[in-house]
Design a protein around this ligand. Structure first.
Ligand code: HGY
Ligand code: MN
Ligand code: MN
Length: 436
């Protein structure tokens, strides 16, 4: 379904200088010195300050702002009719080595859509909402996409509030501490539809010289924390055959994860991203090693095979080393398909605006994969230079930012005119995320 806009509406364009200014102002909060990036881990003081700035911009635009019990914030621009809004949004929390576009672009482009309509004196037929969801990254509090998962009813609020951070803090306490434990009910009433603009965070669009990604799906994600207990011992006096070294087991698993992904082939990926030894000293065979493994694939069966093979290797290697293993699931989401009708609108808007467009899957997780459980949803990608993300050097050229935001504007305007009757909602995953 492609609904081409007509007349003055079709001529609407966002203001890229205003958008890049907001991106810079938000990136200044938690700025990583000497880079363009920023660090605003979920529910930290930096996250609070970023939230406060975006809420101020929402208020300045006259949006009706609500905050819910997990700290998701939604600003609504009234439409000609009442009812569920056409929603856009993403996240403004970042990883520790965050870029200024990951998540932030989708939220600030949403504010740009609103300001473009207000400036042109256009009242959309349906209300338009702009949202930022709590803890999309999952880097401090797992699982990722936590705020949007609770928003759509995929996890009970009380369970989410009890999640512990990697630094030991309790999520609910941090939410109160930063003043974002809001009253809006959860799960939220489903929007009419949802569109998320996001940088691709991979190399595909740049390598193929394409400006817009019309995202059709998000691959499955599996996160596990592994704790291995051995026996701390003297590094100098303990013969190798007498060691029970969890550090060796952790290192062997990290190497196996790479071999496993290469053996299964693209698009399988595997990452050991967090490793902690105790006592973490140069001359002590570790007593304990804790690490995380992130496995992903677009195909659920292959993702399950990667989980099974990794678990087998872990168990065998730990036993051979005389160590014991405890695993804690941190996140598990099956692959998600977006609504073909909305994907068509994204591709149609890109073509109407004269941009090259490619239908593609997402390697990264996004809030859109949760909203897809409750309403017709799709995503718009813009190219990432050198495919870099989760790195302060993350960069997308202003022309591509502008193209992506205009495609989102036009997709949303089409959606405000549409009524969905028999949509193909994405199947909710049968495997819910688990508590951390
Ligand atoms: O992990 C992810 O894919 C996302 O950045 N939360
Ligand atoms: Mn993101
Ligand atoms: Mn991210």
């Amino acid at each position: 379904m492609t609904t081409s806009l007509t007349g003055a509406i079709a001529d609407l364009r966002i203001d890229i200088d205003r958008l890049t200014r907001r991106l810079a102002d938000l990136a200044a909060i938690g700025a990583i010195e000497g880079t363009e990036g920023c660090a605003r881990l979920a529910l930290t003081d930096e996250d609070r300050d970023g939230r406060d700035l975006v809420v101020t911009w929402m208020r300045d635009l006259g949006l009706e702002i609500t905050t819910d019990g997990i700290g998701n914030v939604v600003g609504v621009l009234a439409g000609q009719i009442d009812g569920p809004p056409v929603m856009c949004g993403s996240h403004i929390d970042t990883v520790r080595t965050g870029g200024r576009y990951d998540g932030n672009l989708g939220v600030l482009a949403g504010l740009e859509v609103v300001e473009t309509l207000l400036t042109a004196g256009v009242t959309p037929r349906r209300p338009i909402a702009v949202a930022f969801f709590t803890d999309e990254e999952g880097a401090r509090f797992a699982p990722d996409m936590l705020g949007s998962l609770v928003y759509v009813g995929g996890m009970a609020l009380e369970d989410a509030l009890d999640i512990s951070a990697i630094d030991g803090a309790r999520l609910g306490d941090e939410l109160v501490r930063i003043g974002y434990d809001g009253p809006a009910p959860l799960p939220a009433a489903p929007p009419h539809s949802f569109v998320e603009l996001h940088v691709e965070q991979g190399p595909v669009l740049e390598q193929e010289g394409i400006t817009i990604g019309a995202v059709e799906s998000v691959q499955g994600i599996s996160w596990t924390e592994v704790e291995i207990l051995g026996q701390s011992n003297h590094a100098g006096t303990t013969p190798m055959h007498l060691r029970k070294d969890p550090g060796f087991v952790a290192a062997a698993c990290a190497a196996f994860a790479r071999e496993l992904a290469l053996d299964l082939g693209h698009p399988q990926v595997a990452t050991v991203g967090r490793v902690e030894f105790f006592p973490n000293l140069v001359n002590v065979v570790p007593a304990r090693a804790t690490f995380t493994v992130d496995l992903r694939n677009t195909d659920e069966a292959t993702l399950q095979e990667s989980e099974r093979r990794f678990a087998e290797f872990l168990q065998t290697t730990a036993e051979a080393e005389g160590c014991t293993v405890t695993t804690t699931p941190l996140a598990r989401f099956e692959p998600v398909l977006f609504d073909p009708a909305v994907v068509d609108l994204v591709a149609g808007a890109a073509e109407d605006l004269g941009h090259s467009v490619k239908r593609m899957p997402s390697g990264a997780g996004h809030d859109a994969q949760m909203l897809a459980r409750v309403c017709p949803t799709a995503m718009v990608f813009t190219p990432s230079v050198d495919g870099i993300s989760h790195n302060p050097a993350e960069y997308t050229a202003p022309g591509d930012l502008e193209a992506g935001a205009n495609v989102m504007l036009h997709t949303m305007l089409s959606l405000t005119e549409l009524t969905f009757d028999d949509t193909t909602l994405s199947e909710p995953t049968t495997t819910e995320a688990t508590d951390a």
